[in-house]
Write a protein that binds this ligand. Structure first.
Ligand SMILES: Cc1ncc(COP(=O)(O)O)c(C=O)c1O
Length: 375
């Protein structure tokens, strides 16, 4: 079976792990954490980067930094991973689900504008598949209504819109280094802080609510409990893997883009014939080749395609369930229609895309796909 995803470690990941062990300390804030944070900062134009245990926790940190109160609302896409919504609920805020644009499946700024109320505090956008989600429009909308913009950039490290880096538009943005992401350390994430006013408190929240980060820098002579935080620091062992991956980030992206383009070119004619839609990338967006997805006319056709690919020993997977249709989402949702999110959750499927996918295996995937003529 050709898997959907397989993480690849072809750089210094193993030797850096040895080095981390040799350093005698593999908890957080070590040498590799500093290196990874410096690289991520550089990739975000000098913003502060804090490694976290995962992207979900970076989103939870964002929610804590906003001091959300019960009754506050945060507008999020319906078509996203649960964490984009659930992170904002710990303080009693309510996620409000917006629909997506039909071309990119990114959260639709026009729908968001309709959902803003006096209770809205923030908008959290997701750059789906690493294609920028109208960040300039959202920047404008947030400024007009005095809202905080957060970018859940789990898919979009290295992407841009009109030359501006994804993850630098909002006051805060978050990254994921889960095994399924372009670069990975198994489980991991980062909070990127573009608003300098939030940096000190973010450091405190990540360190269980203490000012330990200032203590480690020698800025205070003892550290103390200063806020209500949690334990969101990444182990230096995982940071060591991440540094190895970040060193190869450009090469990884070039290879992923090559695979992505091959799918785009070699599936185009077949897709048109069977009425499947390939990913659409607006001209202004430089995407990250995070995933290659197809959309079919119905759930029935999509599921028949997945079964057909399995018969040809190729693993393909669907993606998000529209959150407004999930059990928790339904308990929160006030009936606003999100037809694009509903449709995508039923019709979208993702093809294998990882840098160790050989040309021969990709040819097998393409041959299997193009032999599908319908249910
Ligand atoms: C858009 C989005 N946000 C957040 C997450 C959660 O990431 P993590 O597993 O690092 O917590 C995911 C996971 O795939 C995701 O797709």
């Amino acid at each position: 079976m050709i898997p959907f995803n397989r993480p690849s470690f072809h750089g210094n990941e193993r030797s850096y792990m040895e080095q981390a062990i040799g350093n005698g300390s593999i908890s957080g804030n070590g040498e590799f954490t500093k290196m990874a944070e410096a690289t991520l900062s550089q990739l975000h134009g000098g913003a502060t980067a804090l490694l976290t245990t995962n992207c979900t926790h970076a989103l939870e940190m964002s929610a804590r930094l906003l001091d959300l109160q019960p009754g506050d609302e945060v507008i999020v896409p319906s078509y996203t991973f649960v964490s984009t919504a659930s992170a904002f609920m710990w303080n009693g805020a309510r996620p409000v689900f917006a629909d997506s644009r039909p071309d990119t499946l990114n959260i639709d700024p026009e729908d968001v504008a309709r959902l803003i109320t006096p209770r809205t505090r923030a908008i959290c956008i997701v750059h789906y598949a690493g294609v920028g989600a109208d960040p300039v429009a959202f920047e404008r909308l947030a400024a007009e209504h005095g809202l905080v913009l957060i970018e859940d950039n789990a898919h979009g490290l290295g992407g841009s819109v009109d030359g501006r880096t994804l993850g630098t538009f909002g006051a805060l943005s978050t990254l994921s280094f889960h095994e399924t992401k372009n670069i990975t350390c198994g489980e991991g994430g980062a909070l990127i802080i573009n608003d300098p006013a939030l940096v000190d408190r973010a450091e405190i929240l990540r360190e269980k609510g203490t000012n330990r980060a200032r203590f480690l820098r020698g800025q205070v002579d003892k550290y103390t409990w200063a806020d209500i935080g949690s334990s969101w620091v990444m182990s230096d062992m995982l940071a060591a893997i991440l540094v190895g991956q970040l060193e190869r980030f450009d090469d990884i992206q070039v290879e992923r883009m090559r695979l992505w383009q091959r799918y785009r070119v070699e599936l185009a004619e077949w897709a048109e014939r069977v009425g499947a839609t390939l990913p659409q990338v607006p001209d202004e967006a430089a995407h990250t080749a995070h995933m290659f997805h197809l959309r079919f006319a119905s759930l029935h056709v999509r599921d028949a395609f997945i079964a057909h690919m399995r018969e040809h020993s190729v693993m393909t997977v669907f993606h998000y369930q529209a959150l407004h249709e999930s059990p928790v989402g339904m308990s929160l949702h006030e009936g606003h229609a999100c037809p694009v999110a509903s449709e995508a959750s039923q019709t979208l499927v993702r093809l294998p895309l990882f840098i160790d996918l050989s040309d021969a295996d990709q040819a097998t995937v393409i041959a299997a796909a193009t032999s599908f003529t319908g249910p």
